[in-house]
Design a protein around this ligand. Structure first.
Ligand code: GLN
Length: 448
């Protein structure tokens, strides 16, 4: 499969970028993956940026009305490194507001799945995955807090890589939950991901949590299937996953079965910690320095803040209320502190299995639902859909979602997890898988 390294070497016909933009805009009016398309792109490998990552002088709102009109006066470090690395900015991709969601529908004119537009793209990096699915030579810079790269990558049939926490600078990221947020990459193949990762990783004076650690690629011959991750997986997804395991066994991997009972607590622990941090991060949108400005200062305290904060969407409001509750003095030890302890126990429990080999599972327990099914799902059921993607995110572990099958044209992704800073081992694994797997893309905008 040709990728961005080939693109760099190929001659582009006159008007290549103009044609790319016009084809993209036509598809965007159907699939709504971009909130902004850069008509001025004239060089470089096209890269898109999730809307919660700042791009200088381009509206960056994290798909929230409260940030309507916000034009960052700077580039996020990851964006700056992409530009320095010879990439050309093609646009901002839509997402669930502030990253709050699993299906990509918590925003205006939400993206639709290019594989079948009756279905959701997955979220929260909804537009990022859909953009990678329609464009031949392009990479998406995206972000995951609790699965926002893996989930849409699996539903859209592309590769989604979430590095070890702290390997890519978060400077210029509009925070959701700081101890969980990671910038990562969505692309059509692993070599493209590796190429981008090597350019954006590494320490940054603007983000002291970002490190320069040595990244290994220790090959693991064992694949651990963990019982608790398989609970609740739909039957046809389970059948397809069994076929994947047989193929991997034929490739020489040994499949072993393990149990980590603690995993059943990872969804509540993830939502307690992420909501606690989110409610703190959203507290700054008061209408003074950040957020929707209210000019009328004659109103009382309650009226003023009700007005200033009314443009948060329903899910953001829900998380502000729940997040404020779980960290309030009277219940903090029952919820927030317990969740933090659980997170540490989980890191140890996962670490013990990861010493033996990779952990492999389907990425999502279900196929991409239809928009209607997703809209009708209640919040707690939606949160439970993160049962497989939340654990590696909670533990800061690198993971990758790669396409491995299709059911009635809907892509399926598998998730591979390894130990901290062993990120290259994931890329080596999926690169090998791609040698025999036949990707199906309906659109190839920008092909040469
Ligand atoms: N679905 C998860 C949530 O809503 C993950 C979102 C994310 O990673 N940004 O929190």
């Amino acid at each position: 499969m040709s990728g961005i390294k080939d693109f760099i070497k190929m001659d582009k016909p006159d008007g290549y970028y103009e044609k790319l933009v016009s084809e993209l805009e036509a598809l965007n009016s159907r699939f709504h993956m971009f909130s902004y398309v850069n008509k001025g792109i004239r060089s470089g490998v096209p890269f898109s940026v999730k809307d919660n990552i700042c791009v200088m002088d381009v509206e960056s709102t994290a798909s929230s009305d409260i940030l309507d009109g916000y034009m960052p006066p700077f580039d996020a470090t990851a964006v700056e490194r992409m530009r320095d690395g010879g990439f050309g900015f093609i646009g901002k991709t839509k997402m669930d507001e502030f990253g709050f969601g699993t299906f990509g529908i918590n925003c205006k004119d939400h993206p639709l799945n290019p594989a079948n537009e009756r279905h959701v793209t997955g979220g929260s990096s909804a537009g990022a995955a859909a953009a990678a699915a329609v464009m031949k030579y392009h990479v998406s810079v995206a972000e995951s807090t609790g699965g926002s790269i893996s989930c849409p990558a699996s539903f859209c049939g592309v590769v989604g890589f979430t590095p070890t926490y702290g390997l890519v600078s978060r400077y210029g990221l509009i925070d959701y939950a700081n101890s969980l947020d990671k910038i990562g990459i969505i692309a059509r193949n692993t070599p493209d991901i590796r190429y981008v990762f090597d350019r954006i990783k590494g320490s940054d004076g603007y983000d002291t949590t970002c490190v320069d650690s040595k990244i290994s690629g220790d090959a693991r011959g064992k694949l651990a299937v963990v019982d608790e991750l398989m609970k609740g997986v739909e039957q046809d997804v389970l059948d397809a996953f069994d076929r994947l395991l047989s193929k991997l066994q034929n490739m020489g991997y040994e499949v072993v079965h393990r149990s980590i009972p603690l995993l059943e607590k990872s969804v509540p622990a993830y939502y307690i910690i992420s909501m606690a941090e989110a409610s703190t991060n959203l507290a700054k949108y008061t209408g003074f320095k950040y957020g929707h400005k209210v000019a009328d200062f004659s109103k009382g305290y309650d009226e003023f803040f009700t007005e200033a904060r009314k443009s948060f969407g329903l899910e953001a409001k829900r998380r502000i209320v729940l997040g404020t509750f779980v960290r309030s003095a009277s219940v903090k030890s029952r919820y927030y502190e317990k969740a933090l302890r659980l997170r540490h126990m989980l890191i140890d429990a996962l670490g013990a299995v990861l010493k033996e080999g990779f952990i492999i599972s389907p990425t999502m327990p279900i196929k991409a639902p239809t928009v209607k099914e997703a809209e009708e799902m209640d919040p707690v059921t939606e949160y439970s859909m993160d049962s497989i993607t939340a654990p590696p995110n909670l533990a800061g572990l690198p993971h990758i979602s790669f396409p491995y099958d299709y059911i009635n044209g809907l892509p399926l992704g598998a998730q591979l997890v390894t130990g901290h800073f062993n990120d290259y081992a994931l890329l080596d694994f999926t690169e090998r898988w791609e040698e025999s797997f036949n990707y199906k893309f309906k659109y190839n905008v920008g092909s040469l």
